[in-house]
Design a binder for this molecule. Structure first.
Ligand code: ZN
Length: 283
């Protein structure tokens, strides 16, 4: 089985809140398309799928009923073909009331959910809103429901906040951190950002990394060089394989698997990822 610390947990972030079919027709939007990509990415080597959902017009939705529809369908699709994967549901969506952003968690009990410990101006277009009250509520709820929060760090101040919320007991130790670098308004996707962030990780933390757009590949390489526990790929973060060549979620997962092989790192199975991250399988 090898040393668990050496394994790489691949997360597939399938569609995000904003990627459109016009940008890349391969982005899954409908519940059926998302469920199909969950299965395909799990088969290709992703241990975790990070999910957002859309309404019937393809617009970002935090409606709990939509999450329940999508995740239930995806779980059934996985079961039918005997594929295991960890579900990580987003909680982002500043335009939505806080209770909607949390509404799917007690219903679905996913093993993981996102948690961003701070607010920023997203690509200078809207406020990526995470109020202190929301973070406290989310932190408390995830501990009650035994859902492991994936701490998404977009900006330097969020790293200090993570340590603050751990000290205050809202986030349990050891945390799992996802560095999402290269969003305009947050930290750029470069080595300098990662070098700033890594020494500030709490003791025992596990960490994964993704770079947005053109910083996608550089941040994967930087993560592997710095000994990451995970890589995140997917059409939420990057729509190209290379300049002018559109990606699919599966092609991005397959490339991450190949990169890990090149640097001599094994891929973590979902079962191994559960052990590494200390997840509680509930459903
Ligand atoms: Zn997301």
């Amino acid at each position: 089985m090898g040393n668990l610390k050496d394994k790489v947990i691949i997360t597939a972030a399938l569609c995000g809140a904003g990627t459109t079919k016009a940008q890349n027709p391969n982005v899954p939007i409908t519940p059926e398309e998302i469920a199909a990509d969950v299965v395909a990415c799990a088969k290709a080597g992703a241990a975790i799928v990070h999910l957002h959902v859309r309404d019937e017009n393809g617009v970002n939705s935090m409606e709990p009923s939509r999450f329940i529809e999508v995740v239930t369908l995806a779980r059934k699709a996985c079961e039918e073909v005997g594929v295991d994967v960890i579900f990580n549901c987003t909680t982002s969506g500043g335009k939505w009331p806080e209770e909607k952003r949390l509404g799917h968690l007690p219903e679905l009990l996913p093993e993981m959910c996102s948690c961003s410990p701070g607010t920023m101006n997203w690509s200078n277009s809207y406020v990526f809103l995470n109020t202190p009250q929301f973070i406290e509520k989310l932190g408390t709820l995830t501990q009650e429901l035994k859902i492991k929060p994936e701490i998404e760090i977009f900006d330097a101040g969020m790293m200090g906040n993570l340590n603050y919320y751990i000290k205050k007991g809202f986030i349990a130790e050891p945390p799992h951190v996802q560095f999402v670098l290269g969003v305009t308004g947050g930290m750029p996707g470069n080595i300098e950002s990662l070098s700033y962030l890594l020494p500030k990780l709490p003791e025992g933390a596990t960490w994964s990394i993704t770079g947005i757009g053109k910083s996608h590949m550089p941040m994967m390489l930087a993560g592997l060089s710095a000994g990451c526990n995970g890589l995140r790929v997917g059409l939420e973060d990057n729509i190209y394989m290379e300049k002018g060549v559109l990606a699919t979620n599966v092609s991005l997962v397959e490339r991450a698997v190949e990169l890990c092989k090149v640097v001599g790192r094994e891929i973590a199975t979902p079962a191994e990822a559960r052990e590494i991250l200390g997840l509680v399988k509930q459903k």
